[in-house]
Design a protein around this ligand. Sequence first.
Ligand code: DLZ
Length: 160
Amino acid sequence: MSGAGSPSLAVDGSGLRVAIVSAAWHQQVMAGLIDGARRTAQSSGAHVEEFAVPGSFELPVVSAECAASGRFDAIVALGVVIRGGTPHFDYVCSAATDGLTRVAIDFRIPVGFGLLTCDNEDQALDRAGLPGSREDKGAEAMASALRTAQTLAALRKPNT
Ligand code: DLZ
């Protein structure tokens, strides 16, 4: 899947509280993703809190706790998984993806999906929002989560 066709989402995040949950593997790429997510939240006016996890496998459990706390309108999960020579890649990717999907549906909270699943580090760097990157997946995940939070808030407003 490429980034072609991605929308440009202008978001007013004022009054929204968002948790960024980020994994520690592949530090250079992660720094770009976190920076993109932070910048987008800050320029939208959203309030941000950040939580670190060791690897992408741990993203769902901490995201679930953020959701259960009731303190956040949206969560953005950031991680990078790089394909190696073992099936580990597939297990970590599907555990993180399935887990984050469950958090979103079970708690009915937007979870911005900023998990890069790449064949190699160059591919990941190209999506990390760093100087020279073609895409900024941290910023995209944040904009999507905030925009979805607005949609949910509108749906939950009582009819007048
Ligand atoms: C074990 C592992 C491997 C091989 N690769 C990655 C990776 O590319 N990206 C990532 O975020 N995490 C990786 N991990 C760590 C797992 O996500 C997890 O932290 C450990 O298996 C401990 O539960």
